[in-house]
Design a binder for this molecule. Structure first.
Ligand SMILES: Nc1nc2c(c(=O)[nH]1)N(C=O)[C@@H](CNc1ccc(C(=O)N[C@@H](CCC(=O)O)C(=O)O)cc1)CN2
Ligand SMILES: Nc1ncnc2c1ncn2[C@@H]1O[C@H](COP(=O)(O)OP(=O)(O)OP(=O)(O)O)[C@@H](O)[C@H]1O
Length: 199
């Protein structure tokens, strides 16, 4: 046991524990993404609508706020219609852009109808370049645990982005209820969400 103890807190650089966690996360991502893509489109839309309703209850006040949302990929909940409603209520939607690998994301304002272009991973991003600081960050999740830690695609982008922000936004992870894990084995760089919203 004494040989295991020093690493049990999940020491980061080069520890065997982190290598094991990385391997486990990779396998879990693969499993969760495959099962998500099997959901019929109608289920996905029902879940997305239910998630949107819960986001309304959580955020309440939209006027004057910048909500960092996302353009959906790979079976993520589709919050695009909700984004239009946010704009109708006086809020602004911002979408994340990968500027460089291993760096924080940039959020750009997107008003319904604004042009989009393909960025990293073919994700659509606003062509207009004005960067903003969101008041709320909605982070799509591949998996989550009861401590509000989320598992993403493994790029570390949300963790890096949140770590770099001087004003902490409210953070809400969104995904499907059946993607709950008993733990994601949180590491020092993992930042828990303020809330997880699922359906
Ligand atoms: N809809 C949506 N937009 C989003 C995100 C998201 O999760 N969902 N992101 C949230 O982050 C950012 C994009 N995330 C990315 C995450 C990983 C890789 C990537 O290149 N992955 C490597 C493997 C990573 C690894 O396992 O080390 C690859 O596919 O080769 C690219 C973009 C910004 N936009
Ligand atoms: N603040 C940070 N500074 C430097 N590297 C970081 C930071 N946060 C995360 N990383 C690195 O990014 C990688 C992300 O791994 P992790 O399994 O946490 O990704 P994820 O949470 O699934 O991805 P994402 O945040 O994009 O959804 C790790 O190698 C981690 O060390």
């Amino acid at each position: 046991m004494h040989e295991l103890a020093p690493d049990c807190g999940g020491k980061h650089n080069g520890s065997d524990v982190w290598l094991d966690v990385q391997r486990w996360r990779k396998a879990e991502r693969k499993r969760l993404l495959a099962s998500r893509l099997l959901r019929p489109q109608a289920h996905r839309q029902n879940s997305s609508d239910a998630i949107a309703k819960q986001l309304d209850l959580d955020i309440k006040q939209f006027a004057g706020k910048v909500i960092g949302s996302y353009w959906p990929i790979r079976g993520e909940p589709d919050l695009r219609n909700w984004g239009i409603e946010v704009a109708e209520r006086g809020g602004r939607i911002a979408l994340p852009v990968v500027i460089e690998k291993g760096q924080p994301l940039e959020y750009r304002i997107w008003t319904p109808g604004d042009p989009l272009e393909r960025g990293v991973w073919n994700i659509l991003v606003p062509t207009r370049r004005a960067a903003v600081q969101p008041d709320v960050v909605i982070a799509p999740l591949v998996g989550f645990d009861p401590q509000n830690y989320r598992l993403g695609y493994g790029g570390g982008y949300f963790d890096r982005t949140l770590a770099s922000m001087t004003e902490k936004p409210r953070t809400i992870g969104v995904g499907y209820a059946d993607s709950e894990l008993s733990t994601i084995y949180p590491q020092p760089h993992d930042i828990p969400m303020d809330a997880i919203v699922t359906s």
